[in-house]
Ligand binder design. Structure first.
Ligand code: HEM
Length: 249
């Protein structure tokens, strides 16, 4: 599909480029192969894990996908790909990103700590030198119907004040909070809006996706099949142009 330049791009080590190339060919894909998670720079695994979870959530929730695409088309137009600067104008799409991080947090258990003095929390006595593991998964399950993928929970004024925003817990907490969180959030804004603006993500023909995740420290979907197709011929041209703009250093 991408002619001569595809040779260069196919040998790229940049997983986002690989994603765009394979997605453009309308292949039914095996997601972790594209993002090559085990080989990915370890600081970016969480970002790619979140991207994989997002793709899975879209394949499972077509009505959410259509609503976010409609928002992007209405606010940004259909002839360009949104940038990070557009994110604040796309509340529903940003709620999709928040809900992705809540539905399956990429780091379900954060990094252990050891208490430096005796403490009491919620009537529990915690002696000095206790190892405490922050359970981010439990935070993600502290909402109504936690297994339901429902971005509206972040927009409904009656609900949203009691829903903890993943920006405030999915990256850990305190002095050791993730130093890469702003980079990660901005990368995810670009990935989520870029994919929704240009591609349709569909389940495979005649197959039901059963979502399963790895039980690793950085958790991501087990291999699943889905179809990723350019939304139109115009979008296909946009994707081609965008792929060639990406510079790998
Ligand atoms: C969705 C993406 C990401 C998530 C969910 C995430 C999550 C986390 C969590 C939960 C911690 C433990 C924080 C704590 O102990 O309270 C952490 C630590 C860390 N993260 Fe991230 N992270 C992400 C992306 C990144 C990126 C892109 C980078 C670097 C470019 C990065 C670099 C680090 C480093 C260096 C630490 C260790 C900090 C320390 O121990 O002082 N992370 N991250």
């Amino acid at each position: 599909m991408y002619g001569g330049e595809s040779q260069v791009l196919r040998s790229s080590r940049n997983p986002i480029q690989k994603f765009f190339i394979l997605a453009g060919t309308e292949t039914v894909i095996h997601f972790p192969l594209i993002f090559s998670l085990p080989q990915t720079n370890k600081n970016f695994r969480q970002t790619f894990a979140t991207s994989a979870t997002f793709i899975l959530a879209m394949a499972l929730n077509p009505e959410v996908q259509k609503k976010a695409q409609a928002e992007i088309d209405r606010v940004i137009g259909t002839d360009k790909v949104p940038t990070i600067a557009d994110a604040s104008k796309l509340p529903y799409t940003m709620a999709v990103l928040k809900e992705t991080m809540r539905w399956h947090p990429p780091v379900p258990l954060s990094i252990p700590r050891r208490t430096t003095q005796d403490d009491t929390f919620n009537k529990y006595f915690i002696p000095k030198d206790t190892v405490v593991i922050p359970n981010l998964w439990a935070v993600s399950r502290s909402v109504a119907n936690p297994e339901q993928f429902n971005p509206d929970r972040y927009l409904d004024k009656n609900m949203s004040s009691s829903i903890p925003d993943p920006s405030e817990w999915a990256f850990g907490m305190g002095r050791r909070i993730c130093p890469g969180r702003y980079l990660a959030e901005n990368s995810l804004k670009a990935i989520v809006t870029g994919i929704l603006a240009t591609f349709d993500i569909l389940p495979p023909e005649n197959e039901i996706i059963l979502p399963e995740f790895t039980s690793t420290h950085v958790s991501y979907p087990k291999p699943f099949r889905c179809q990723i197709r350019p939304r139109s011929q115009e979008k296909e041209q946009l994707i081609k142009a965008r792929v060639l703009e990406v510079k790998v250093t």
